[in-house]
Design a protein around this ligand. Structure first.
Ligand code: FAD
Length: 303
C-alpha cells in the first residue's frame, strides 16, 4: 500500500453515518475538508486500486452488513459550507440541502425551496437528481465541480446525464461543490414557503424514524396505471409488513423503517417480499431507489 494521506481512519463504523442505521465498517475512512485533500485521497485510492465510496447524509444509502472494503469518505470543512455570490449560492458537495435552502431563504433568494425536505447533501442530491414538489435540481443548478484522481473539473447540468433519480456520475467521481443560480425575492415570502413545505411533508411522511426515504422508484410502467410505488405496495398488503427488525412504515408503505435491530439483510429481505407482492398483485416490477455501499447480496431481490 502507498503511504496513506494523513487523517485516514481504519475500521470505521458506517451505520451511524446513515439514516437507516444498518451495515458494517469501512476498511478506511476519511473526512476531506478541501478540494486538494479530496483529490489527494482519490489519487491514493486509485494508486492502490481501492474502491471509493462517498457518504453524504446517508439518507439514501444501505451499507453491506459485512462493511465496505475500500475508502469511504464524508466531505467536511470547506467542502460542507455555503456562500452567497450575488444571486448564486455556492455550496460544498457535503453541504446539507435543507440548510442550503434555509440559507437561500435568509439571503432573499428563491429557487432552492424544494430542497428543504430532502435530508441529503448537495453532492448526494446531484448524484441522485433529487427533487420534491415539482422543484427541479437541474433547473437551478449552474455548475458542479467534480473531483477525480485526475483533479477537479467543472460540469454543467447538461453534462450530468440527469434522468429520474439518476445522473451519470461514476464511481470515483465526487461532487466537491455546486453553484445554484437563484433569483432575488422577499426573504419573508421564501421562509413562508419553506414553513408550508415542511408542514405539508410532516402530514404525509413519518418523522423521527430510521429510514432512507423512498425504497422503490415510482414505476414508469403502464400496468401501474399512474400509481406510485407506495400505493402499489399498500395495495399489495405491504403496509406494516415486517422482516426481522425491518418493516414497511404504517404511515408510508414505500418507507422502510429500522425498528432498532434491523440488519441490511433484513431490509433486503423485506424489499424482496415487497417486490414479489407487487409483481403478483399488479404485474409491476419495482426498481430500488436506495443506493448500496459494499457487497450487499441482492440476489433475493431479483429472484
Ligand atoms: C425522510 C426522507 C425523505 C426523503 N425525501 C426525498 C425527496 O423528497 N426527494 C428526493 O429526491 N429524495 C428524498 N430522499 C432521499 C435522499 O434524501 C436523497 O436521495 C438525497 O439526495 C441523498 O443525499 P445524501 O447526501 O444523503 O446521499 P447518500 O445517501 O449519502 O448517498 C446516495 C448516493 O449518492 C452518492 N453521493 C453522496 N455524496 C456524493 C458526492 N459528494 N459526490 C458523488 N456522489 C455522492 C453516494 O455515494 C450514493 O451513491 C429522502 C430520504 C429520507 C430519509
Amino acid at each position: 500500500m502507498s503511504i496513506a494521506p494523513e487523517g485516514i481512519e481504519r475500521e470505521y463504523p458506517l451505520a451511524r453515518l446513515t439514516t437507516v442505521r444498518t451495515g458494517g465498517h469501512a476498511d478506511l475512512f476519511a473526512r476531506p475538508s478541501s478540494a486538494g485533500e479530496l483529490v489527494e485521497l482519490l489519487r491514493f485510492a486509485e494508486a492502490d486500486a481501492l474502491e471509493v465510496g462517498v457518504v453524504g447524509s446517508g439518507s439514501n444509502l444501505l451499507v453491506a452488513d459485512e462493511g465496505f472494503r475500500g475508502l469511504a469518505m464524508k466531505l467536511d470543512g470547506a467542502l460542507a459550507q455555503t456562500e452567497r455570490d450575488g444571486d448564486h449560492l455556492l455550496c460544498g458537495g457535503g453541504a446539507r440541502l435543507p440548510q442550503a435552502a434555509a440559507r437561500a431563504a435568509r439571503e432573499g433568494l428563491t429557487g432552492l425551496e424544494f430542497g428543504v425536505n430532502i435530508p441529503g447533501t448537495v453532492g448526494g442530491a446531484v448524484r441522485m437528481n433529487a427533487n420534491a414538489y415539482g422543484g427541479d435540481l437541474a433547473r437551478v443548478l449552474d455548475w458542479v465541480d467534480v473531483a477525480t484522481a485526475q483533479g477537479a473539473e467543472r460540469r454543467g447540468p447538461d453534462q450530468l446525464g440527469f434522468a429520474y433519480r439518476r445522473s451519470n456520475l461514476a464511481q470515483g467521481e465526487v461532487v466537491a461543490g455546486a453553484s445554484f443560480a437563484l433569483a432575488p425575492a422577499d426573504p419573508t415570502d421564501v421562509k413562508a414557503t419553506l414553513a408550508d413545505m415542511r408542514s405539508k411533508r410532516r402530514a404525509v411522511q413519518p418523522s423521527g424514524i430510521k429510514t432512507f426515504g423512498s425504497t422503490f422508484k415510482n414505476p414508469d410502467d403502464p400496468r401501474a396505471e399512474g400509481r406510485s410505488a407506495g400505493v402499489l405496495l399498500d395495495e399489495a398488503g405491504c403496509r406494516g409488513l415486517q422482516v426481522g427488525g425491518a418493516r414497511f412504515s404504517d404511515k408510508h408503505a414505500n418507507f422502510v423503517e429500522n425498528g432498532g435491530e434491523a440488519t441490511t439483510a433484513d431490509v433486503i429481505a423485506l424489499m424482496a417480499e415487497g417486490r414479489r407482492r407487487v409483481r403478483e398483485h399488479a404485474g409491476v416490477e419495482l426498481e430500488p431507489e436506495v443506493q448500496l455501499l459494499g457487497r450487499v447480496d441482492t440476489s433475493e431481490l431479483w429472484a
